[in-house]
Design a protein around this ligand. Sequence first.
Ligand SMILES: Cc1cc2nc3c(=O)[nH]c(=O)nc-3n(C[C@H](O)[C@H](O)[C@H](O)COP(=O)(O)OP(=O)(O)OC[C@H]3O[C@@H](n4cnc5c(N)ncnc54)[C@H](O)[C@@H]3O)c2cc1C
Length: 390
Amino acid sequence: MRYENSDESDEIREIRLAVARLCGQFPGTYWRKLDREAGYPTEFVTALTEAGYLSVLIPEAYGGAGLTLTAAAAVLEEIQKAGANGAACHAQMYIMGSLLRHGSDAQKTRYLPQIASGALRLQAFGVTEPGSGTDTTSITTFAEKRGDHYVVNGQKVWTSRAEHSDLMLLLARTTPKDKVVKRTEGLSVFIVDMKQALQAGMTIRPIRTMMNHSTTEVFFDNVVVPAENLIGEEGKGFRYILSGMNAERVLIAAECIGDAKWFIAKATAYANERRVFGRPIGQNQGVQFPIARAYAQMRAAELMVRHAAGLFEAGKDCGAEANMAKMLAAEASWAAAEACVQTHGGYGFAEEYDIERKFREARLYQVAPISTNLILSHLAEHVLGLPRSY
Ligand SMILES: Cc1cc2nc3c(=O)[nH]c(=O)nc-3n(C[C@H](O)[C@H](O)[C@H](O)COP(=O)(O)OP(=O)(O)OC[C@H]3O[C@@H](n4cnc5c(N)ncnc54)[C@H](O)[C@@H]3O)c2cc1C
């Protein structure tokens, strides 16, 4: 099957092969067991960390590989394409961008080498709140400055991997919304030492979800965060978070492309092999066409992912392209998931085929980290010049 992009560099090809090899040590049985037990893939995350794949975006000066977004996207795509689930650790790649771009030298020196070596995990990203949802500037978790520290009170929801992370990147209000001129002002970003916070005011409550995602609610009750953990300037946090969004969109899109490739490969193999009415089911166009359509959707989305990554790396504005890449790739992976289940008939529902697990996992990306509607409204307003809808 044609998946390879002939213009890819040798470096990217080697990364793909090496990641695929590593993932080969973690077969379906491994993921199925974790799925059943709602367990965290510690061994998998450790193997990725030790091989240096989770720190590809950290500059060499801080112990990382200092590679491009394209390289990071290749890592995540290959993980998904191998049937594994990068959701256990993907956030480290994009959360770290806020620290990298806006953190002080002292913060970078303190945290980045430890993140690169795996001594510290920065996997938790506390943005969403129950009362604000998609409307991020309406968050109410508040960090009040008191001398050399801040005192945080409030609640986050859907804070994934909080139980498996040493550090959290937290977005909180430092000025109430009704006291700022623009609603995007008065928000600040902090690095929270979760081990310390858990001893003094922070509570984590797991949320069971339809797939194994280690997501949680996090409660802050007078949690003290040293002022030196503020990233950049107080009140500018929304801008810092936004500046990391494009990389996040591209990386999630790459994961969706990997998922789509996994579903398409699985469906194609089965359609060739399964015989009903004395011939392979894949001989029927009713079986072929959904797979072929999903393949075309995936390849088109892949082009947009590569285009967005290229713009990002060239330092150009890629907001629209990164958002389109994420939307198109999530839709392509879902089309491929549908085709894969349908091709497998009853067996698509059997746990041992891994399809139902991947099906549940793939659905997320039309909702998180940003839902399709919000991408469409971004395009409508910022690209097409239509009136703002909210
Ligand atoms: C498994 C999982 C993991 C997550 N991990 C994290 C994490 O680690 N950190 C974090 O901060 N967040 C995380 N999230 C949160 C995720 O980013 C949000 O769920 C998502 O942004 C949508 O917010 P919401 O659930 O509050 O939906 P809502 O904002 O309540 O929206 C509900 C529906 O209404 C639609 N909608 C809302 N407003 C509009 C509008 N103006 N126009 C059109 N449609 C609209 C939305 O598109 C959506 O379909 C996670 C979510 C899930 C499910």
